[in-house]
Design a protein around this ligand. Structure first.
Ligand code: SAM
Length: 227
């Protein structure tokens, strides 16, 4: 199954809105660090419901925002959630970004980059489309240090790349991006019940839940295109 087919099913089932709710807990902190200036062009990779671009248009006065997604139904849903003429959604794949060289100020991606079939090539594509000094804010919840996320691969037919934080930094450099920052952003909004409540439907132990949300959360790696 391709990513487009897999996530078409998610979009048809309304899971795009559920992801938006969950991912916003940490995506908003990553977004707040992005040095966006008025009029900037932003590309959101694996945009899902497109909430990142809607939020940026409300809070940061970006010029144009484009959301790319492999799933036609995700793209259709994202279009239906906004009538903002400055925001557009495109169907496409991380393998070949349908964007001109040195034409984008910032690329953002939340919980999507690890679906790239050839992640280093995707980073090279990002490096190509960024203007000198432009940034890539790459946020993932599925990564090596966050052990409680590893079983997600068993739940999906699409291949996922499980890198650790050092592998992210190395790959960014291999693709020609400077690594400006790397950090784990904890999710403090998920309610963790007291010890007596475990096991729950989703969690065997409280320690495992704390590890997933508070110790790890979201790995943010920031790349900058050379001047
Ligand atoms: C887990 S969802 C995250 C969506 C959104 N960024 C969010 O935070 O809720 C991953 C998204 O990436 C898209 N995607 C996965 N592989 C892709 C690829 N190779 N090219 C383009 N989009 C892809 C999926 O269709 C899906 O909408």
């Amino acid at each position: 199954m391709t990513a487009g087919e897999e996530f078409d099913e998610w979009a048809a089932a309304g899971k795009d809105r559920g992801m938006e709710d969950r991912h916003w807990h940490t995506a908003k902190h990553a977004l707040a660090r992005m040095p966006v200036e008025a009029g900037d062009t932003v590309l959101d990779l694996g945009t899902g419901s497109g909430y990142v671009l809607r939020a940026l248009r409300e809070t940061a006065d970006i010029g144009a925002g484009y959301g790319l997604d492999a799933s036609p139904k995700m793209v259709r849903n994202a279009r239906s959630y906004t009538d903002d003429a400055q925001v557009g959604f495109l169907q496409g794949d991380f393998d070949a970004l349908p964007v001109g060289t040195a034409s984008v100020d910032h690329v953002f991606s939340m919980e999507a980059f690890y679906y790239a079939r050839d992640p280093v090539h995707t980073l090279e594509e990002i490096r190509r489309i960024l203007r000198p000094g432009g940034t890539f804010y790459c946020a993932v919840n599925f990564y090596e240090e966050s052990e409680q996320t590893h079983h997600w691969q068993e739940m999906l037919d699409v291949e996922m790349t499980l890198w650790d934080s050092a592998q992210y930094r190395e790959a960014f450099r291999e693709a020609g991006l400077h690594v400006a920052e790397q950090d784990e952003i904890p999710d403090r909004e998920v309610d963790i019940p007291p010890k007596e409540a475990f096991p729950t439907e989703d969690w065997e132990t409280r320690e495992a839940m704390v590890d997933r949300y508070r110790t790890h959360g979201t790995l943010l790696t920031v790349g900058v295109a050379p001047e």
